[in-house]
Design a protein around this ligand. Structure first.
Ligand SMILES: [Fe+2]
Ligand SMILES: [Fe+2]
Length: 187
């Protein structure tokens, strides 16, 4: 698959994770309980699929190849700052989840960071979608560069445990979407 299209396709999966974090936040704000394990699964999916897999591909392979073309550097600089912001929110969320594990009532901060994370994903993937579509539209990547990126992406996927682990992540996203609290009406 074309590497730019591959990243765009991953954004569709990332937005499914966004819907889960948003719903989980709404449910917690509505004082409905969410099993602790489910929130832990959300943090695993954020960390492994979004950060270690998708963002890693962008940071280590895709952005370095596209950065020197057509004034892309400024957009990429902003994307990297946003990745940092996302990481910071995910870390704060994880801290609160660990507090909750140790018996502290962390419902409010967990709900708040889940919501912040969902806003971050909407904003960030929206901007990157425009950027990737511009690259596709203008044919900015040479055939040889696309080839290199395909190989690099395979390496990135191996470094997070290969296709098997990614399949597991997708399975966890399916699992979360089917949970009862995901389908409760909230205001
Ligand atoms: Fe990104
Ligand atoms: Fe992305």
């Amino acid at each position: 698959m074309n590497p730019t299209e591959e990243l765009l396709k991953e954004h569709v999966i990332i937005r499914r994770i966004r819907n889960i974090t948003q719903k989980c936040s709404d449910v917690l704000y509505n004082n409905i309980d969410v099993p602790f394990e489910d929130i832990e699964i959300i943090t695993v999916v954020i960390n492994e699929f979004i950060d270690n897999f998708h963002n890693f591909k962008e940071e280590k392979s895709y952005f370095p190849v596209t950065k020197d073309k057509n004034e892309n550097a400024e957009d990429i600089r902003k994307f990297l700052i946003e990745h940092e912001l996302g990481r910071r929110i995910a870390n704060m969320l994880l801290k609160e989840v660990n507090k909750w594990k140790n018996g502290v009532n962390a419902r409010e901060p967990i709900a708040r960071f889940l919501k912040s994370y969902s806003v971050y994903i909407s904003d960030h993937t929206g901007k990157e979608d425009k950027f990737f579509n511009k690259i596709l539209y203008n044919n900015e990547l040479l055939v040889v560069e696309n080839k290199i990126l395909v190989e690099e992406f395979i390496k990135c996927s191996k470094s997070v445990g290969g296709q098997e682990r990614i399949k597991t992540m997708l399975g966890l996203i399916d699992y979360l979407e089917k949970l009862e609290w995901m389908n409760i009406k909230t205001n």
